[in-house]
Design a protein around this ligand. Sequence first.
Ligand SMILES: [Zn+2]
Length: 106
Amino acid sequence: MFTTTVRRPAARRSSVDTQHLDWCGGGHHCGLGEHRSAPITAKLPGAGTVVITRVQTARGRQYADVHLSVALPDADTAARYQLSALLHHLTRLMSAINRHHARAGR
Ligand SMILES: [Zn+2]
């Protein structure tokens, strides 16, 4: 079981030069041509936290900016094993998402 938190976007200021996207957080979330959504935070008690933000670069490419904070065991060997497992599972997850995305035709 985990909990999620969504920060409300900052109040938008209209600007002649800036066209924010519907999902853009506006305000301090974006700048220099990059747009960023309000971050969504999921906390898993005892396990860690994940924060995900949708981003569009100035060139129009979109990606997910993901920050993880994962609790590690105190024992060094166990911590190293967990880090290795984390890297393994994250790379598998990214590959699976890319395969699914490619099959869906983008
Ligand atoms: Zn924006």
